[in-house]
Design a protein around this ligand. Sequence first.
Ligand code: SF4
Ligand SMILES: [Zn+2]
Ligand SMILES: [Zn+2]
Length: 308
Amino acid sequence: MRMRCDCGEKAVYHRRYSGQRFCKGCFTGYFERKVAETIREHKMIRKGERIGVALSGGKDSTVLLHVLSALALTKGFELIAIAVDEGIRGYREEGLKAAAETCRGLGVQLEVKSFEELYGTALDRLVEKGELKPCSYCGVLRRSALNKIALDMKLDKLALGHNLDDEAQTVLMNIITGNVKKLHRMAGGAVKTVARRIKPLRNLPEKEIMLYALLRDLRFSSLQCPYADQNMRTRVREFLNRLEDENPGVKFSVIKGWEKIVMGVKVKGGVKTCHSCGEPSAGDRCRACQLMEEIKIKMSEGKLTLAD
Ligand code: SF4
Ligand SMILES: [Zn+2]
Ligand SMILES: [Zn+2]
């Protein structure tokens, strides 16, 4: 079997869905070109814009910040890293440490805001006292936190490290739960949010992002959130990975199929925006605003207090 890259160097990666083999130099070059191409194709960033990168310290957002910091110089846009500390003991500290180190190394400003500062309580405390699953609080409140920071910092766009696997998982989860509006909204551009969210890694599989991080020797946290095994996404991820093993390229097919479906779908009533914060919402008030109201009530009744 041929173990060499087209350039003649020793291959470090065999991509099953295309049959190609890459050496280190050809792979990292390909990867960076792919990100630049996705940004160009979807008109994600314009010259002179202020781009915030949501940095968790995990591999995806760390890779995104690295690739964007090189592009910022040649394409002339400004880069700021933003991190949200949800308050997950034994997990988030490590990510924040990695994030700070990455930003120091790249000379990128890092802005950190915690759930405690923004909502008066940490996620661990909410999970302990609240009725919802951890990811229901976390997802909604983190989204709202990022919007607040984007507004305060006058960001034009918010770049997220979501990769092909994340996108394929989200499509399947929205199909499983029958969330047609969310499926439609994923196509983007339909609603004006505080800062448009862009996903420059959306065409790259998680495996390739991990490989890029290792080949570039990037510092990132590989800890898994202790609440992750309680969510549906973990099951969908395992299912998609099994499918991909048997049918290389299936994750791309899920995205392509969804794009075709979305083009032909008209959502009744369109997408509303929240009366309180202006974010996309199913009703007059979005889930984040409802949750925050519930948290405020619990705190005023003394049922919820600041983290110990
Ligand atoms: S797994 Fe759930 S609780 Fe943990 S960081 Fe992700 S969304 Fe938050
Ligand atoms: Zn090569
Ligand atoms: Zn709202």
